[in-house]
Design a binder for this molecule. Structure first.
Ligand SMILES: *Cc1c(COP(=O)(O)O)cnc(C)c1O
Length: 390
């Protein structure tokens, strides 16, 4: 009966709005025709706003990781030394991709659950002037931490203007503001299946002038991932290879939806969902894994000390078909993570908190039913009373 009833609250893939689903069901069109070019023309300026850049944002077919790999093969020349600031699983991924290309990679490890310290990284770059590029993660999805990547870029460039700063923004962009140009970030990568409310399969990459110079002088950029091909074709409103047209239909609609809501309102909604979720978890004595300062507007993680997070997740799935995520790698079995991004509203927060309270009782945690929901409601009211009074 309830086969279609999916409460998907993992940090990606995320639910897809009906308007986007409808857009993706449109009949196929020719990828070299005028209709496709018009669609790309329509997408281009709107994507730039999400990135906070005047650069064209390239669109590649592939999941987020292919975008990370593209960033690496394009900006890192053979023999270059790079630094990966690893705040969790996705920081590690940069290291692994670099290793797969025999790149000379150093890892700056940050304790999982905390954010990177821009001044420390800048010191490290200053002491190691042979580091050509610094890689880091905007929202570290595995821990629920939002890293201060703008401050990182500014701090690194203050000590060495040549060092490139490359950011994985997959799990937060379009949910939190990104000011690529103002912050001086050199390469920003994001994917379609998180706050962009689309299925997996597209990734978006923007590159600074400084990074284009490096890319142009790089003799080994791969073939499919060579970003100069995407740049040159995009200038002519086309793509070097067959684009994932159905996903582009959906993207066009997503960007239209962002425009209707207003990007600032989209970001404010994510902030509110974060604050409601955190207040609810505090009221239920659930230990938050990231601090108030570091907690991401798109994903919240909890490290319980008096029940098994896997048993908790099982109850949510069995009773409500509500999916939340567990921990990855060293955090496996130790934390749970709830995604609140993309097609997600404050009422969804009230819903998952209410369901979680029931599941908490079922796994034996001593709580007062309704305490989490009441705390989330209070945060909602604090943030919206002005609007109510009008
Ligand atoms: C989801 C995610 C990715 C992309 O993973 P894919 O499975 O390749 O789409 C990359 N980085 C971060 C931070 C993510 O959350």
């Amino acid at each position: 009966m309830l086969q279609d009833y999916q409460l998907l609250r993992i940090p990606g893939p995320t639910p897809i709005p009906p308007s986007v689903e409808r857009a993706m069901a449109k009949p196929m069109i020719g990828h070299r025709g005028n209709e496709t070019s018009l669609m790309i023309q329509n997408i281009k300026p709107r994507l730039k706003k999400v990135f906070g850049t005047t650069q064209d944002v390239m669109m590649l077919t592939g999941s987020g990781t292919s975008g990370l790999e593209a960033a690496i093969v394009n900006v890192v020349k053979p023999g270059d030394k790079v630094l990966v600031v690893a705040t969790g699983v996705f920081g590690n991924r940069f290291t692994k991709i670099c290793e797969a290309y025999q790149i000379n990679v150093e890892e700056y490890k940050v304790e999982w659950g905390t954010s990177l310290n821009p001044a420390e990284i800048a010191e490290y770059v200053k002491a190691n002037p042979d580091i050509k590029a610094v890689f880091s993660t905007y929202c570290e999805t595995s821990t629920g931490v939002l890293n201060p990547v703008g401050k990182l870029a500014q701090a690194v460039h203050a000590v060495n203007d040549e060092t490139l700063v490359i950011i994985d923004g997959v799990s937060c962009m379009a949910g939190v503001e990104t000011k690529m140009d103002e912050w001086g970030i050199d390469v920003v990568v994001t994917g379609s299946q998180k706050a962009f409310m689309l299925p997996a399969g597209l990734n978006f990459i923007a590159v600074s002038e400084r990074a284009w110079k490096v890319i142009e002088s790089n003799p080994k950029k791969g073939f499919y991932l060579d970003l100069t091909k995407y740049r040159d074709n995009l200038a002519k409103d086309t793509t070097p290879f067959t684009p994932a047209l159905s996903l582009l239909f959906g993207l066009e609609q997503t960007l239209e939806n962002f425009e209707q809501e207003g990007l600032e309102n989209v970001y404010a909604r994510h902030q509110l969902m974060r604050d409601m979720t955190r207040a609810a978890f505090k009221a239920l004595n659930l230990p938050l894994f990231a601090s108030d300062e570091d907690g991401s507007p798109t994903v919240t993680s909890v490290k319980p000390d008096d029940f098994d997070p896997e048993a908790f997740r099982k109850v949510l799935k069995a009773d409500f078909n509500l999916s939340i995520a567990g921990g990855q790698q060293t955090l496996k079995g130790k934390i749970f993570r709830v995604g609140h991004m993309g097609y997600c509203a404050p009422t969804d927060v009230l819903q998952y908190v209410a369901a979680m309270e029931i599941a908490l009782v079922k796994v034996g945690k001593d709580i007062q039913l309704g305490a989490g929901v009441a705390a989330a409601q209070a945060v909602y009211l604090q943030n919206t009373t002005e609007k109510v009074a009008q």
